[in-house]
Design a protein around this ligand. Structure first.
Ligand SMILES: *[C@@H]1O[C@H](CO)[C@@H](O)[C@H](O)[C@H]1NC(C)=O
Ligand SMILES: *[C@@H]1O[C@H](CO)[C@@H](O)[C@H](O)[C@H]1NC(C)=O
Ligand SMILES: *[C@@H]1O[C@H](CO)[C@@H](O)[C@H](O)[C@H]1NC(C)=O
Ligand SMILES: *[C@@H]1O[C@H](CO)[C@@H](O)[C@H](O)[C@H]1NC(C)=O
Ligand SMILES: [Zn+2]
Length: 364
């Protein structure tokens, strides 16, 4: 009896402690600090457990070092064929505010959905696919110690004869690959790899999004820093067919962002407001037919650069969220109009002609 109690006592205490830790962990995940990858990984599992009706997780690739690349899908289960919004964060390892934003974004979308209103409306037509950390190997490396904090690239070895590691994943996509704003020196920060999609991380995004590119209406890829919203293309010789519309939507997003905390975000193509580049995921998405493709460069504007202090995480996320949502709302209402068109088409010849125009405009 005594020995039994002696045995059960610590066990019960341990169970209690574990339960308490779990509950506390859930209630108070701190969105205002940067988290190492293992904590983000646990957070993803927790989000999944807390929202089984809305959230699922999918492993769509493996990094060079064989870590899983996971996305969180937020979507109402329904028989309807829905359109999709893509968001990825952390393709560049040192841009820690980006994964912090993806986590904030997921939390916020779920909270607003639970409150009802516009988000519920939107989620009848749209699912969100969010990758909190795309370049997992690089992100883990950037957490290793002070000397690796500013690591940008992936962690794959250079080509034979090269002692440097890592490829710039945002120069590795199959979009005018290797033409401009990219290095062939494997030690450079912008080394583009041995060929388009030589890196498993870039190949995973291409495969996943590419096989459903008719479903993805919007592709948002999150970086820091500079306070910019970049539209396609990085190669100055190319212009997106819907450049004007992309600019209008981007400028609308920047207006919304300024309203939140007064910070200005510039909008334009990369050659116009940053530098020319090639092989970016944003350009690949637009080239493969996804109409709304943007790069966000979050805070700040050079004062702290990649080392954005934690006390700015919340403000940075709040303004980025309102910018991203401006774009999502635009895409949603345009999609609703497109979905209404076939019904109208049945009504009259004029409506049918109009529907053709709408479809043609979307297919660009
Ligand atoms: C890393 O940098 C921080 C802040 O500069 C410092 O406090 C810490 O001791 C450094 N750690 C190592 C291992 O150098
Ligand atoms: C890149 O895209 C072109 C067409 O734009 C295609 O011919 C080529 O096979 C692609 N390369 C890879 C590696 O996917
Ligand atoms: C743009 O086109 C010009 C003329 O064909 C060419 O010389 C130049 O290399 C191109 N630039 C890029 C970045 O592809
Ligand atoms: C960046 O910061 C500088 C100095 O604070 C300011 O003058 C400039 O307007 C800022 N640029 C943007 C785009 O906010
Ligand atoms: Zn970046």
């Amino acid at each position: 009896m005594c020995s039994m109690l002696a045995f059960l006592g610590p066990l019960a205490a341990m169970l209690l402690l574990q339960t308490a830790a779990g509950a506390v962990g859930r209630a108070s995940y701190d969105y205002n600090v940067y988290h190492p990858f293992n904590e983000i990984d646990d957070w993803m599992s927790q989000i999944l457990m807390d929202n089984p009706d809305m959230v699922s997780m999918e492993r769509y690739g493996r990094t060079y070092q064989k870590r899983d690349i996971n996305l969180i899908k937020i979507g109402e289960r329904s028989g309807e064929m829905k359109k999709a919004i893509w968001m990825d964060c952390g393709i560049h390892a040192r841009e820690w505010i980006a994964p912090a934003f993806c986590q904030y974004f997921i939390k916020q979308v779920l909270q607003e959905y639970r409150k009802g209103g516009k988000m519920v409306e939107m989620m009848k037509k749209l699912d969100f696919y969010v990758t909190p950390v795309l370049n997992v190997d690089g992100y883990v490396h950037s957490w290793l110690d002070n000397t690796t904090r500013l690591w940008r690239k992936s962690r794959s070895p250079g080509p034979p004869g090269c002692t440097c590691e890592g490829t710039d994943l945002n120069r590795n996509f199959n979009a005018t690959w290797g033409t401009v704003g990219v290095s062939t020196n494997c030690c450079a920060e912008t080394y583009g790899g041995t060929g388009p999609l030589s890196e498993p991380e870039a190949a995973a995004v291409t495969r996943y999004v590419g096989q459903r590119k008719e479903d993805f209406l919007c592709f948002l890829t999150i970086h820091s820093y500079g306070q910019l919203i970049l539209v396609p293309y990085g190669n100055p010789n190319l212009t997106a067919p819907n450049y004007q519309e992309l600019m209008t939507v981007g400028l609308g997003a920047a207006d919304e962002m300024k309203k939140v905390h007064g910070k200005s975000y510039k909008v334009g193509t990369s050659p116009d407001i940053l530098y020319p580049n090639s092989g970016s995921s944003r350009d690949w998405a637009r080239l493969s037919g996804i109409p709304f493709s943007f790069t966000f460069e979050l805070r700040d504007n050079g004062t702290f650069g990649f080392l954005l202090p934690q006390d700015q995480i919340q403000a940075a996320c709040e303004e980025a969220y309102s910018g991203a949502m401006h774009i999502v709302r635009y895409v949603h209402s345009k999609q609703l109009n497109a979905a209404a068109a076939p019904a109208a088409a049945a009504a009259s010849l004029w409506a049918a002609l109009l529907a053709t125009c709408v479809t043609a405009a979307l297919a660009l």
